[in-house]
Design a protein around this ligand. Structure first.
Ligand code: SF4
Length: 464
């Protein structure tokens, strides 16, 4: 099916419904028709025919005709939410149609960087050697600093996944509390900011929105991170959960960076739970380590269908579970993240199958399981439309939530969480389940959690 809107649409609408659309009105109608045709796989003429037969549209004239048309299209665009409640029109995000990028870089199954840039200060560090050993044809260039490189090299969105690596010296932002989302219940997580960027290319990835340079940024000065952490522990010495997987994948490049070896050796037996979170199967370094009870290796999971279409370059579901099994067999604790959970036709069947596979392969209890439904800042949607023109996930029933992010409406999130937790609990009563970026009302369904402290205690008490 053609996924563009014909240039004659405005004319056709005005002729068919006998009224003039102003630019904004046309913008809204065009966007709604586009999204309906994408999500329902129906053609524009069919949608117009349906509108023609709608008596509510027929009865109106002038400006009211536009409102009747829009109402009708909103019901078609959000069929489930419309049957549940009246949709506040201010919660619908109708952005301008975006043409797909013509020369977009796509990721390959195996990450093969073409150029490594290193900041002058990192000259001679092991990371540069390791990349050179793995990729003998790699071009290596010295830069004064990443900041200067960014200033002098104009970034184009189509270059986001150009296979570049930057070796830098990180001077700030070593550690920070996870910002979570406004007005929602955080879980008290801390981010160990070891790198930015990822060799995979997930359509929903929020990093796309924050990147101002192609490639992956890796710090060479781990000892500074550890020094900073020592200082931080003097101020906050309660147990915390901390991990590296927020702005990068913790293990995707571990066979080159060896970060995990350094991290495990530094964090082992400290009074913190340190998590390495991945969508890869790069576990070679972990397999050489002795298990430590406060180190947790975790995987983000989704049904294979979603992995294939929305998580380009990442390991398949079977590869992730096989890697997790090897890690569990040598005695490390595991955790899993069902995040983002995507609502689509047959979602329930696919997620149930995923949970059954997980428990067929691995032995509970795990350190934790997190659940989070698809959510994003509005600015991400046009980026995804340009970079992933075949992805339909942003044409799901996403509305602007209380935190101004695009999210499924609360009633739907409650249904999703209820069904998934029920399925998990059929196999496993012990693993603590938590919600990522959710509000108090939704948390209430899971138990008596009022504050971040309650959640932190719940997640930490069984693991330390
Ligand atoms: S709930 Fe999710 S987003 Fe919020 S603090 Fe925890 S990990 Fe961060």
């Amino acid at each position: 099916m053609k996924n563009y809107i014909d240039k004659t649409l405005k004319e056709e609408l005005e002729k068919t419904f006998a009224f003039q659309l102003n630019q904004n009105q046309y913008q809204d109608i065009k966007r709604l028709i586009f999204e309906i045709s994408r999500r329902q796989n129906i053609s524009t003429p069919k949608i117009i025919n349906y509108l023609k037969t709608n008596s509510k549209v027929d009865r109106q004239t002038g400006r009211n005709k536009f409102f009747a048309l829009k109402d009708c299209l909103v019901k078609l665009r959000f069929p489930l939410t419309s049957t549940y409640k009246n949709i506040d029109r201010k919660k619908i995000f109708l952005n301008k149609l975006q043409a797909p990028l013509k020369d977009n870089w796509t990721v390959k199954d195996t990450f093969r960087p073409t150029t490594l840039f290193f900041e002058k200060k990192t000259k001679g560090t092991y990371l540069i050697d390791n990349f050179q050993k793995h990729f003998p044809n790699l071009k290596i260039k010295q830069i004064s600093s990443l900041k200067d490189y960014i200033k002098n090299n104009k970034f184009r969105l189509s270059e986001l996944k150009k296979p570049f690596v930057f070796i830098v010296e990180e001077n700030r932002d070593f550690l920070k509390p996870c910002p979570c989302t406004k007005g929602h219940l955080g879980c008290g997580y801390w981010i160990f900011n070891l790198g930015f960027g990822c060799p995979f290319d997930c359509s929903y990835c929020y990093l796309q929105q924050y990147t101002n340079s192609a490639g992956i940024i890796l710090p060479a000065n781990l000892t500074d991170f550890f020094r900073q952490f020592d200082k931080f522990r003097k101020k906050i010495d309660r147990p915390i959960r901390i991990g590296t997987g927020e702005f990068c994948d913790s293990l995707a490049l571990d066979h080159i960076t060896n970060y995990s070896t350094e991290l495990i050796s530094y964090f082992k037996n400290k009074n913190v739970l340190f998590e390495l979170k991945t969508k890869s199967n790069k576990i070679e370094n972990i397999l050489t380590q002795k298990p430590v009870s406060n180190i947790i290796i975790s995987w983000s999971l989704n049904p294979e269908k979603i992995i294939k279409f929305e998580e380009k370059g990442a390991a398949s579901l079977q590869e992730r579970l096989t890697a997790a099994k090897k890690i569990q067999d040598i005695g490390f604790k595991l955790a899993f993240h069902f995040d983002p959970i995507i609502y689509y036709k047959n979602w329930e069947k696919d997620y149930k199958k995923l949970i059954q596979l997980l428990y067929a392969k691995l032995k509970p209890p795990f350190a934790w399981i997190s659940l989070g439904t698809l959510r994003s800042n509005r600015q991400l949607k046009p980026i995804v439309e340009q970079r992933f023109p075949k992805s339909n996930i942003f044409y799901g029933e996403l509305l602007i939530g209380k935190d101004k992010k695009l999210r499924y409406p609360e009633f739907l999130r409650k249904i999703i969480y209820k069904k998934i937790t029920r399925e998990i609990k059929r196999f496993d009563q012990k693993t603590p389940i938590y919600l990522c970026m959710e509000n108090k009302a939704i948390w209430r369904d899971l138990g008596n959690f009022q504050t971040t402290k309650d959640i932190e205690t719940y997640l930490i008490k069984n693991n330390l």
